[in-house]
Design a protein around this ligand. Structure first.
Ligand SMILES: Cc1ncc(C[n+]2csc(CCOP(=O)(O)OP(=O)(O)O)c2C)c(N)n1
Length: 642
């Protein structure tokens, strides 16, 4: 590494000559490939943005000038250039670098990110604050073409054009989201590119004609008016003229000197916002990208020469995501009212399978979770049965739409919340720990969580058949390998199940915590403590009859959930006891995630940290059981609830 080993901050980069920057980019790219081949990461996304990072840190006086990255998954080059090169190998691991942007990780991370479409809003906020304070620095937001289509980005553009605030938006246009980009905006960007290619062509033809003696000038004139007409029709028109943005581009996003020139030009625009449109290739430089679809976005470890993924021992049980995709195909085959929907995560949610099998009844709406929900509500008004598969964390974006458009109108929409719980390496922006709390507080919706993949299938059918709003939460990763070959059968709504009967102590678990609770109960049994274990299945409506019986026949109830305790499943149980005036009759301990930000790292490790595994539950119950003392005389043991 001729340059990179000497670059410990962007100030070092800025000492170099422009002619050297392409080589710096090559070294950064190789460094990303070497590191990600060992530890995995958002390899393809970051490889596509190497030159953008080099050019931005060269042109802007960072951190005084503010760079705002969208999502942050593509910012590995930015991390390398801002003093984190030697830590890159720790990315996404417990105690290591975040996979996204984090203000307390570096002063160069001006704004935390992880969810899409935030950068223009945040950058506009910084630029407006700068102007209020009469300060003088540049603000540049980097955003991908798919994130640009997110509602927030559009809202920010709307305001920026109106305010005429001085700021730069660098558009990283690779025509990809995680899957290929979708939507009319993506088509619009393509038309800009086509029009400009045509314009370049016209210019070349014009120059050639100019040189023809006698007639060249007239023909050149004619060519110019065609060019103007095309430009007026499709060029950045809407963005530049109507929305108040200037436009520079497009530029080759892998040519550092060209990017430097474009950004220098953008810096000179002092009367409003400007977009620099850079064309990039996702996975640029990845070995054999066409052999590895994920090269385009994220990878696990791979062979740095061939790009072939290194096999990880791999569990044999299907993932919940796979079970969702397969079951959707089965159910859609039987009922043609069902439609499937994803918001830019077809492979992440299993909807890719459905899109393939039922292309006319499934939709990828792009990074547009809010729209997705109301779009479903509209379909439900017409008797269609939409199933929206959205990660728990991204559904936060559609909260008001779930309340105002779906639940308030009691519409038949099913929400399949994948990645509910602790997701692991992606960390705080991606953990799905809030859905119970944010959905439980409003009437009409049915909320459930399966204990395994067979129950997942049953719950999918139950939710879809239920004529109102229903949501299922299920975790990232594999099921338990239970038999899922039979037809799914509906479950009675609001009915839990007793898995094990004990005395005095009951563990009431929700979703992913049911199996660890059963295992904990078996360990407790070896210590002479017989605990009842209940699979709650529903947090709304709660199985009130069952829980009240448990409360009447046990002295300790331990609730367990993979979610924030505040407003969660345990809270629902406590509210029930309080509403029935028995809160003093039974001791309740709630296990779940406390009021802390959960960092990134291995999911198992993080779950263990909060006691949310068999051992943690065992320890907590054993410890608490020891404080109970002898059972009072006349106290009845649990009756089996039929
Ligand atoms: C609100 C939200 N929805 C979905 C995602 C998942 N996600 C992460 S990156 C990405 C694709 C972004 O595409 P683009 O903006 O074009 O950037 P690129 O990855 O192509 O560089 C998606 C859908 C997210 N981070 N945030």
């Amino acid at each position: 590494m001729r340059f990179l080993s000497e670059i410990n901050s962007p100030a070092d980069l800025r000492q170099l000559k422009v002619e050297d920057l392409q080589e710096v980019a090559d070294e950064v790219r190789q460094f990303i490939i070497d590191t990600c081949s060992r530890v995995g990461g958002h390899t393809g996304a970051s490889l596509g943005a190497v030159e953008l990072a080099v050019a931005m840190h060269y042109v802007f006086d960072t951190p005084n000038d503010r760079l705002v990255w969208d999502v942050g998954h593509q910012a590995y080059a930015h991390k390398i250039l801002t003093g984190r090169r030697d830590e890159l190998h720790t990315i996404k691991q417990y105690g290591g670098l975040s996979g996204f942007l984090k203000r307390d990780e570096s002063e160069y991370d001006t704004f935390g990110a992880g969810h899409a479409s935030t950068s223009i809003s945040a950058a506009l906020g910084m630029a407006v604050a700068r102007d209020h304070k009469n300060e003088d620095f540049h603000v540049c937001a980097l955003i991908g073409d798919s994130s640009l289509a997110g509602g927030m980005a559009m809202e920010a553009i709307n305001q920026a054009g109106h305010l005429k605030t001085r700021m730069i938006v660098l558009l990283n246009d690779n025509e990809m989201s995680i899957a290929p980009a979708v939507g009319a905006l993506s088509r619009y960007l393509n038309r800009i590119k086509e029009a400009q290619s045509y314009q370049h062509l016209k210019e070349e033809i014009g120059d050639a004609l100019e040189s023809v003696p006698g007639i060249g000038g007239k023909l050149r004139q004619a060519a110019k008016s065609v060019k103007d007409a095309i430009a007026a029709a499709v060029l950045p028109g809407a963005l530049v003229n109507e929305l108040g943005f200037k436009y520079i581009g497009y530029v080759d996003g892998h040519n550092v000197p060209m990017l430097v020139r474009a950004l220098e030009e953008a810096k000179k625009v002092d009367d409003g916002p400007v977009i620099v449109h850079a064309l990039t290739t996702k996975g640029k430089g990845f070995p054999n990208p066409e052999k590895n679809y994920y090269a385009y976005h994220a990878t696990g470890p791979f062979d740095p020469k061939t790009g072939v993924a290194r096999k990880s021992g791999g569990a044999s049980a299907p993932t919940y995501t796979e079970v969702f995709g397969n079951t959707m195909c089965e159910l859609m085959e039987r009922d043609e009212r069902i439609v499937a929907l994803t918001a830019a995560m077809p492979d992440g949610t299993g909807v890719d399978k459905v899109l393939e099998a039922f292309p006319d009844r499934s939709y990828d709406v792009g990074i547009a979770e809010q729209h997705a929900i109301t779009f479903c509500a509209g379909m439900a008004c017409e008797g269609v049965k939409p199933v929206a598969a959205i990660y728990s964390t991204f559904l936060q974006r559609g909260f008001d739409q779930v309340i105002h458009d779906v639940c308030l109108q009691d519409l038949d929409v099913t929400l399949a919340m994948d990645r509910a719980g602790i997701v692991g390496a992606d960390g705080p922006t991606h953990h799905g720990l809030l859905d119970i709390a944010y959905l439980r507080s409003y009437p009409n919706i049915v909320l459930m969580a399966p204990k395994d993949e067979a129950e997942m299938r049953a719950m999918m059918l139950t939710a879809i058949e239920h004529p109102g709003p229903a949501a299922i939460r299920y975790p990232r990763g594999n099921g338990y390998g239970v038999d899922i070959s039979g037809e799914p059968k509906q479950i009675e709504i609001g009915k839990g199940e007793i898995l094990r009967e004990g005395e005095d102590i009951a563990i009431i678990a929700y979703g992913s915590m049911v199996n660890p609770s059963v295992n904990a109960a078996e360990s407790l049994s070896k210590e002479g403590i017989e605990a009842t274990v209940v699979n709650a299945r529903f947090v709304k409506p709660l199985d009130e009859k069952l829980i009240m019986e448990i409360a009447a026949s046990h002295r300790l109830i331990v609730t367990v959930e993979e979610a924030y305790l505040a407003g969660g499943f345990g809270s629902a149980v406590m509210e029930l006891l309080e509403m029935n005036g028995v809160q003093d009759k039974v001791k309740v301990i709630r296990m779940g995630v406390p009021d802390r930000i959960v960092t990134h790292g291995d999911a198992k490790l993080l779950l263990a940290k909060y006691g949310l595994d068999a051992d943690g539950i065992f320890q907590k119950v054993k410890e608490t059981a020891a404080t109970l003392g002898a059972r009072p005389a006349g106290r009845k043991p649990l009756r089996a609830v039929k």
